[in-house]
Design a protein around this ligand. Structure first.
Ligand code: AMP
Length: 219
């Protein structure tokens, strides 16, 4: 299966992706995670990306598209994958179409994660993440057992710089301007599957499983 998760920053894409990975074994590709890994390692790509990410801006398409193409060219992606955080602009979506065409692959569905900006702002302010393994936490409803320490790997649990309130506002603005037009782009292709994540990811996931079954994507 080849899947795209489309939603605002903080909409819960990462949580939903990790559940879909567990259930269907889909390879999970998060461009945000790839950038963060590069920033941590101090690579040239990471240093370039950091200047944009810290401001809540998108990393330019000229950097992002090539990076994604490298990732989906890996052998583990031959039978499909799930994109989380890509595409984020119309040129990225068009570039993806071209890459898939040359690989004789096609997108099966685009999951649109629906959630209000207000709910995002309240969730993201409590969001914390392990800087080693990427496990997500929330200070209000899913804190790590020991404050600041990851339950999974023992790594440091941090508040991402780009999850700070002023950056979140900038990221939401960027989402509405640059990424929201993709909903229309994929709607016209009949690929959108809506998932309501305002209340809980359980509801969103049950809608996704039902839509997959309905579309014959799972048996
Ligand atoms: P995320 O974890 O998906 O919210 O991504 C964190 C940050 O990485 C974003 O705010 C962007 O600055 C950058 N980023 C991730 N994916 C992309 C993309 N497809 N295009 C441009 N920038 C991206």
């Amino acid at each position: 299966m080849l899947l795209i998760l489309l939603g605002a920053p903080g909409s819960g894409k990462g949580t939903i992706a990790s559940e879909l990975h567990k259930t269907y074994g889909l390879v999970h590709i998060s461009t945000g995670d790839i950038f963060r890994a590069n920033m941590k390692e101090g690579t040239a790509l990471g240093l370039q990306a950091k200047t944009y990410i810290d401001k809540g801006d998108l990393v330019p398409d000229s950097i992002t598209i090539g990076m994604l193409e490298d990732r989906i060219s890996q052998p583990d992606c031959a039978k499909g994958f799930m994109l989380d955080g890509f595409p984020r602009t119309i040129p990225q979506a068009e570039a993806l179409e071209g890459m898939l065409q040359t690989r004789s692959q096609k997108i099966d569905a685009v999951v649109r994660i629906d959630i209000s900006d207000e709910e995002i702002r309240s969730r993201v302010s409590g969001r914390r993440v392990c800087s080693s393994c990427g496990e997500s936490y929330n200070v209000d409803f899913r804190p790590p057992k020991t404050e600041g320490v990851c339950d999974v790997c023992g790594g440091p649990v941090i508040h991402r710089d780009d999850d700070k309130p002023e950056t979140v506002m900038a990221r939401l603005k960027t989402y509405h301007e640059k990424t929201q037009p993709l909903i229309d782009f994929y709607e016209k292709k009949g690929l959108i599957l809506p998932a309501d994540n305002e209340e809980s990811s359980k509801i969103a996931l049950s809608q996704i499983h039902a839509a997959f079954a309905d579309k014959g994507l799972i048996s």
